[in-house]
Design a protein around this ligand. Structure first.
Ligand SMILES: NC(=O)C1=CN([C@@H]2O[C@H](COP(=O)(O)OP(=O)(O)OC[C@H]3O[C@@H](n4cnc5c(N)ncnc54)[C@H](O)[C@@H]3O)[C@@H](O)[C@H]2O)C=CC1
Ligand SMILES: O=C(O)[C@@H]1CCC=N1
Length: 270
């Protein structure tokens, strides 16, 4: 049976998802999108062959609704949708902080909802998406969410009380790596390298390190030890990272991201 999926709110994540689904073999005709601006919706139609509709039309006709608006816009979107969503529709939220309870309170009693936190590597089919069921979501609903988000990368089911932590780790995670690359490229410039060469050296080192982390089966401590020669260069750098509290800063940073995700649960806090 053909399943129609509507993506409501087509910004960065709301575009990455349908485009990845199409790369993964979904038929564009089965995908509906909504946008605040008509030009944006038309852009997506011409880029991917998906069908622009209004939020109310999506709610009435799609089997699955994926809400990819900002958490602060979720309350008003749900107010708009609620009168039009039959209770047999699957509603998936991709928003940071927004709980399944928040969604269930605003939708018809019994509506199955699933909460997902993905990340921007969805653009290159390397997303990490964590998935949690609401009160009325069945195993089939979770499987369906996995089929959708599996088109853009890996998926993992987690209890909902881990979603805010996962948001801090993998939802925001790519930003920390981009930040590190940016800072290390600056260091290369300080050491006298041209920016483009410094960038290429750091990016390839990041790809190499990420591939080893994924494929070698070794613990990251062992991988780092293998680079860190006695009285060599690496240990001098590590000493500076420790002196500057980088490990503690990372722990505090991720805790702050987790706390912000919890705070966004109200769906209204700017
Ligand atoms: N950017 C990221 O790295 C990640 C974002 N998320 C979550 O995904 C959601 C979207 O984030 P982004 O794509 O970064 O934001 P964005 O700002 O790029 O996209 C949100 C889109 O929703 C549209 N929108 C707002 N209200 C609407 C309405 N009532 N009807 C139709 N469209 C509406 C906006 O015009 C905008 O295009 C957020 O809830 C965020 O927490 C999740 C994982 C990673
Ligand atoms: O910064 C944010 O709120 C969103 C959620 C996870 C990544 N970006």
């Amino acid at each position: 049976m053909t399943q129609t999926v509507a993506v409501l709110g087509t910004g960065k994540i709301g575009e990455a998802l349908p485009s990845g689904m199409i790369r993964g073999g979904w038929t564009p005709a089965d995908l509906l999108v909504t946008a605040r601006r008509t030009e944006r919706a038309e852009e997506l139609r011409s880029r991917y062959g998906v069908t622009p509709v209004t939020n109310a039309e999506a709610a009435k006709s799609a089997d699955t609704l994926i809400l990819t608006v900002k958490p602060q816009d979720m309350g008003s979107l749900l107010d708009e949708l609620a009168p039009h969503v039959p209770a047999d529709r699957l509603v998936i939220s991709g928003a940071a902080g927004i709980t399944t309870a928040f969604l269930e309170e605003r939708l018809t009693e019994g509506t199955p909802v699933v909460r997902v936190m993905t990340n921007t590597p969805a653009l290159v089919d390397e997303a990490m998406s964590v998935i949690s069921a609401g009160t009325h979501a069945t195993a089939d609903h979770l499987t369906h969410a996995e089929e959708i988000f599996g088109a853009v990368g890996k998926t993992l089911r987690v209890p909902e009380n881990q979603q805010d932590a996962c948001t801090a780790l993998s939802g925001s995670g790519p930003a920390y790596f981009f930040y590190l690359v940016e800072a290390m490229t600056d260091a290369g410039i300080l050491l006298g390298l041209p920016r483009d060469k410094a960038h290429d050296l750091i990016v390839q080192s990041a790809i190499g390190a990420a591939t080893m982390l994924r494929d070698s089966g070794e613990h990251p401590v062992k991988l780092r030890e293998n680079v860190t020669s006695p009285a060599g260069t690496t240990i001098n750098a590590i000493r500076e990272l420790e002196n500057h509290g980088v490990r503690a800063a990372l722990i505090a940073a991720l805790e702050a991201a987790r706390d912000r995700s919890r705070e966004l649960a109200s769906g209204t806090k700017d």
